[in-house]
Write a protein that binds this ligand. Structure first.
Ligand code: ASP
Length: 435
């Protein structure tokens, strides 16, 4: 083959979005493993390389993204409305992880699939007091070098908030310039890390092929069921969360309006999220739905929706809960209550750090797995079905942003329920609103 036709094939290959190439590697690797059987497990080191590349990025990503995120949470933007928005974002995300864990415990996805070289340790149940004390690092540098995720997250947030406060207090001077430089460096660092992530994902095509070949080479057709169960579990958890928390709890109960009116009002944003798998990419549509259909005032949504697209990710947080159970089952361990509570804390914080672009939830999964001492190989397994899971979680993220925005708008008399898609969709027995 001539060099020019090789280049042409290479360019054609690269023009296919990476998630589809990884999806194809997942399917082909599985088929290869099924066809070849046990010898396919020799490909395992190629999969291990993918896992090592991912683990290399964990600590830098946590530090860069969370410190940078604090810049957006500058103390003055956290006035009354900001406080309400952030509080509700945190509470709904925590509910989402609880639902994810509950569905995971109920359906137990992942049972029946064993790792080729199960390297996970049977975790002894840590004491709850120790877990909470352990969030605060005695030495942040040691926490980072040992790859302790939770204390690293804690330090990054505290450091970021302190920088944001300094930025606000000081008008000029060396310190102020220094703070801005640090923020700029963190932003550049985060961008660089995501560049590396995409490079790693390019290799992931080979890595996922190898991982799946090894799994199916050893487990045979029995390995299909756990993946189908994982997709079903995420779909069920998403449905429960949107129906119970967003529509039932927030819109019908607290706002006192019709869930139908809300869904019709946000349908373009929800469908866009489902198609493009990006909260940030969907943002213009989400804002236009809030303004035109849900009749929410700009004073609320102009702050809450851009913030929500980056820090509020119910679907992403919930997915971490389901996959934590999936991972524990594959590794043949069961998670204690304390460990599951740790998942709630990390999943909420990881979803804050995750950017609203396709696939970041998968990268953040490395944090949860590392904290639980579960094998990172699972990221490679989940990567193959991630395009499907990502759609569901991004739609849930957007539904959460819109639901919280509607409630805060109601609390602040910044929504008109007599117009837009609310009209003709009264909730049965809904309390009259004073707007
Ligand atoms: N794709 C998601 C979003 O943009 C983030 C994730 O991967 O979970 O909201």
């Amino acid at each position: 083959m001539s060099t020019s036709s090789t280049m042409r094939y290479w360019r054609q290959y690269r023009s296919i979005p990476i998630v589809y190439r990884i999806g194809a590697a997942f399917v082909l690797g599985s088929l290869f493993g099924l066809a070849v059987g046990d010898p396919a497990t020799r490909l395992q080191p190629l999969g291990d390389l993918f896992v090592r590349l991912l683990s290399m990025l964990i600590i830098p990503i946590v530090v860069f993204t969370l410190v940078m995120g604090a810049r957006r949470l500058s103390p003055s933007s956290l006035g009354k409305i900001g406080g309400q928005v952030v509080m509700l974002y945190a509470i709904t995300s925590a509910f989402a992880v609880f639902i994810g864990l509950a569905v995971g415990n109920l359906l137990n996805p992942g049972t029946g699939l064993e790792l080729t070289d199960a390297e996970s340790q049977e975790a002894e149940a840590p004491d709850i007091v120790e877990v909470f004390l352990g969030i605060v690092p005695e030495n942040p540098i040691a926490a980072m070098s040992e790859g302790n995720v939770l204390p690293t997250i804690f330090f990054a947030i505290v450091f970021g908030l302190a920088l944001a406060m300094l930025q606000e207090e000081l008008d000029e001077g060396d310190v102020r310039r220094g703070v801005e430089t640090i923020f700029d460096i963190m932003e550049a660092g985060a961008e660089a890390m995501f560049k590396i992530v995409w490079g790693v994902m390019e290799y992931g095509v080979i890595g996922v092929f190898a991982l799946m070949a090894a799994v199916f080479g050893q487990a045979g057709v029995d390995a299909i069921v756990p993946f189908a169960m994982l997709i079903f579990a995420v779909a069920l958890a998403v449905t429960i969360h949107i129906a119970v928390i967003h529509l039932g709890g927030i819109i019908a109960l607290l706002v006192g309006e019709s869930p139908r009116g809300f869904l019709i009002g946000g349908k373009e944003a929800l469908i866009t999220a489902l198609s493009i798998r990006s909260s940030s990419g969907t943002l213009p549509v989400t804002m236009s739905n809030a303004e035109n259909n849900l009749q929410i005032d700009e004073s609320v949504y102009s702050f809450s929706l851009p913030l929500g697209a980056t820090i509020n990710m119910d679907g992403t947080a919930m997915y971490q809960g389901v996959v934590a159970i999936f991972a524990a089952n594959i590794a043949g361990v069961s998670l204690t209550i304390t460990e599951q509570l740790t998942v709630v804390a990390i999943a909420v914080l990881a979803s804050v750090g995750a950017a609203g672009v396709p696939g970041t939830g998968l990268i953040m999964l490395t944090l949860v797995l590392t904290q639980l001492g579960l094998p990172l190989e699972i990221v490679g397994f989940v990567a193959g079905v991630d395009p499907i899971l990502d759609r569901m979680r991004t739609m849930t993220n957007i539904s959460g942003d819109l639901a919280v925005t509607t409630l805060v708008a109601k609390w602040n008399h910044a929504v008109d329920f007599t117009g837009g898609t609310w009209v003709g969709n009264e909730a049965p027995g809904a309390a009259p609103t004073d707007d």
